[in-house]
Design a protein. Structure first.
Length: 108
């Protein structure tokens, strides 16, 4: 049963409840909010997000379609190591809007 659950983990994470848990884990690392209309995860990639919205003190990011050619395992590893900024593999971004909040950046 455990092996079967692990085999379907990306599909389970793509469900409504799984999506909520996955996005909350990202939120805890960026100290902000993350939402997505839909998300399709797979073991070997790509990881696909539709209507992705990321907001924190540094920026407000809206992307219609986001594709990360990174394995699910690498995604989980990056989350566990708090290395969310290290996305491996090609990225495809369609219709992105990024608004930076300079007041959120530390002074140098």
């Amino acid at each position: 049963m455990v092996i079967l659950s692990l085999a379907f983990l990306p599909k389970i994470a793509s469900t409504r409840i799984g999506k909520r848990l996955f996005l909350r884990s990202i939120e805890s690392h960026i100290n902000g909010t993350v939402s997505a209309e839909s998300m399709e995860l797979s073991w070997w990639g790509p990881q696909k997000f539709t209507e992705l919205h990321i907001q924190n003190a540094l920026a407000d990011i809206q992307v219609d379609d986001f594709l990360c050619h990174m394995s699910f395992w690498s995604s989980l590893h990056a989350l566990s190591k708090n290395c969310l900024t290290t996305l491996r593999g090609p990225l495809e971004v369609k219709n992105a809007h990024i608004e930076f909040h300079p007041e959120g950046f530390p002074e140098i």
